[in-house]
Design a protein around this ligand. Structure first.
Ligand code: TXA
Ligand code: MG
Length: 322
């Protein structure tokens, strides 16, 4: 069944969660101002209730409706990168429900660069709390069909916006304390942010807020996954095959001769675009082991490395793992 903007808005007004395309990954979206609608997201995802959600808004003009004590850098970044894959963590307005913020004093805000998401946000009028539309810890969805795979009929309205152009989650920048800090790398790089607002710190500080995208095991296939440079990958594939194990490979550029699997382009943006769909496809093969070729070390690949590392850390935890 195919749904339009009006169906989505009607479902949101009923307090339901919907599947919403964005340029990064599909979101599981609900009315961010209604605690019971937000609780439904946690229930569907099986996500711990203290993990905060990103509130999606129609544009920078909505910043003041959700955040307070907004530093100038936030407005500068919003005008440079919104709509786009950058989430800003700011001090929250008092009305923002604890269900959205995990009880913290901050709220994550982003304006997505997808025409359908923007149409829904404008027609709905309010903010939409939306984590990635996958069950907790699993691979994020980049097509409407992936959202169906995750939730089936439990999420009746899924808008089909095609394949997500970016393919991995937004960069998260914490602007709630004196030093701006990247909590989750994404395709908007630290260098791009620094070009606009100056020096930015990396990584989660000891006292900084929880971010589930920063959990070590995340974005994970059910099949065990090893991340190796090509020569080591070829050795591992030979050895495992000799033990009778079935292997699938996620290669860079070209699939090595004689191995089963997929190749993704050796350019970071094209690789990111295809990564989660490739992991889903390979996971569905039902092999014993996935071997992913380690991408180059340069800065353009930082966010891809982050997702691959977390996928490998969480892989094989599924109940149907071999
Ligand atoms: O690209 C994206 O950001 C996608 C699309 C749907 O917009 N959303 C997404 O949501 O990745 P989710 O829930 O899977 O990841 C949101 C991340 C989590 O790691 C969460 O903990 C963090 O944002 N986050 C949200 N609010 C926060 C806050 N107040 N402080 C720290 N981290 C926060
Ligand atoms: Mg997620």
């Amino acid at each position: 069944m195919s749904f339009g903007i009006a169906d989505a808005v009607a479902a949101l007004r009923r307090g339901e969660a919907i599947g919403l395309p964005t340029e990064t990954v599909y979101g599981l979206a609900a009315d961010a101002s209604r605690p019971e609608a937000v609780r439904r997201i946690f229930e569907l995802k099986g996500r711990p209730a203290d993990h905060p959600l990103i509130v999606h808004i129609a544009g920078a003009s909505r910043l003041d409706a959700w955040a307070t004590d907004i530093p100038a850098a936030a407005r500068t970044l919003a005008s440079a990168f919104w709509p786009g894959p950058l989430t800003l963590i700011l001090r929250k307005q008092a009305h923002v429900p604890d269900e959205v913020t995990g009880g913290q004093a901050t709220v994550g805000l982003r304006c997505p660069a997808h025409p359908i998401a923007l149409d829904v946000l404008r027609a709905f009028g309010g903010g939409l709390a939306a984590p990635s539309a996958n069950r907790f810890g699993r691979i994020s969805p980049t097509t409407a069909a992936h959202v169906r795979e995750e939730f089936g009929d439990a999420v009746p309205v899924v808008l089909n916006g095609g394949e997500c152009t970016i393919g991995i989650e937004s960069t998260i920048l914490d602007l709630s304390s004196d030093t701006p800090r990247i909590l989750r790398p994404g395709m908007i790089s630290r260098a791009q942010i620094e070009a606009v607002i100056g020096p930015v710190a990396d990584g989660v500080a000891g006292d900084s807020p929880r971010a589930s995208g920063t959990l070590e095991a995340h974005y994970a296939p059910r099949t065990p996954l090893l991340l190796l440079p090509r020569p080591a990958l070829l050795d591992e594939a030979r050895q495992q095959s000799a033990f009778g194990k079935r292997i699938a490979v996620l290669a860079l550029d070209t699939l090595p001769d004689g191995l089963d699997g997929l190749a993704l382009p050796a350019a970071a943006d094209a690789y990111a675009h295809g990564l989660y769909a490739a992991l889903r496809t390979l996971d569905a093969r039902g092999v014993n082991l996935l071997l992913a070729e380690r991408p180059p070390e340069d800065g353009a690949w930082l966010a891809v490395h982050d997702r691959l590392r977390r996928s490998a850390a969480g892989a094989g935890a599924g109940d149907d793992a071999p």
